[in-house]
Design a binder for this molecule. Sequence first.
Ligand code: ADP
Length: 414
Amino acid sequence: MLTNNVQDLEQRIEKLKRLVELSVTLNSTIDLDSLLNLVTTTATGLLSCEAASILLYDEKNPGLYFAAATGSDPAKLAEVPVPIEGSLAGTIFRTNHSMILNNVEKDPRHYSLVGELIHFHVQSLIGVPMLIQDRVIGVLEAINKTDAEFTVEDETMLLVTASHAATAINNARLLKTAQEALQKVKEADQRKSNFLALASHELRTPLGIIIGYASFLREDPKAETSEHARHVLDAALQMRSLVEDMTNLTMLETEGLILIKAQDVAIQNILKSACTEIYEIAGAKGQKVVFAFPEKPIMVHVDSNKMAEAFVNLCNNAVHYSPQGIDITVGATILGDHVLAWVQDQGIGIPKDKLKVIFEGFYQTEDPITRRHGGLGIGLTIAKGLIEAQGGKVWAESEGKDKGSTFKVLMPKA
Ligand code: ADP
């Protein structure tokens, strides 16, 4: 008698161990098919029965379908839908109640078509609902107990298994939905990149022709023609700068396309060369550029053209986002093994929570409908990409709206 009790206890401990193992494995399994198979195999062993199956509810074609099964061919089973009305699994699903039947063949609710199709006779059955929160998502069944009849203890065991399984299924489904959404976003992003590459390429040839002819006409002795040609040329050059930005962005997005030729160069030269590009637009707004760096060259190890391109974008923004007649400061100093350079303005400023996001492609702090400043929203993305490709770092500092902004760049010292 005592030996029987001890054996009984040992068996229960063994079963609980398997349940814990199942729960641990399910937590680390994200592939839906693998976890469904694991649940049915474990249930078959735990309840000492011939077969176990998971039937999940299909919302698109209302009904239950076999998602996994042991004891017969799961692929064949998957082809046979089980109706919600007129089947035991359907009854469990509808009523959200477990069921223990040790004489199935006599039960009028038994849906015998499945057994007939796969030549499998169901004698005894225990089924429990699988729940996510209060929603039944399917049914877990164990079939034909091998040594005795199904008991309430079996039911408890199956309920615990079903509850672990339902949570794991829900997680796997959520993950799958998230992965699919991510894949769609990636595809859309790729299409956008392809479009940018194509558009910038296609625009370059006609723009070249416009610039060529406008330059030619600007030399016309007739003052009126020359003046008109100058307008056309200015607009075309502005457009070319936008197209170059688009090309730069696509090159930065495609790894390996940006070639960096780093050399030792004075940062002052880079900053001065960048500023020559903005003198005209700054002058038109009555703005002056003030240099805040020493005469003695501060040597950096960077690609001077690419670094200058990045500073042109930062300086352009300083002009763009500052009011008329306000000075812009461009400075540099040594900071340990690095050199810090900055472009400071006293313009519209940047809200603190936007200081990082402005470096992301196409982000603009102004509403696109009501914005007062032009631009594609990619200048900072390009500057960041170019600076980082040379081992540097760039960030923005601002005390907020109308408090001005400072863009700082840290780069390797020569
Ligand atoms: P764009 O200027 O073409 O919109 P950028 O990538 O250069 O694109 O800048 C992204 C956004 O960051 C701008 O739209 C603007 O909202 C903000 N920004 C950039 N530079 C400044 C600045 N100096 N002062 C205030 N806001 C700025």
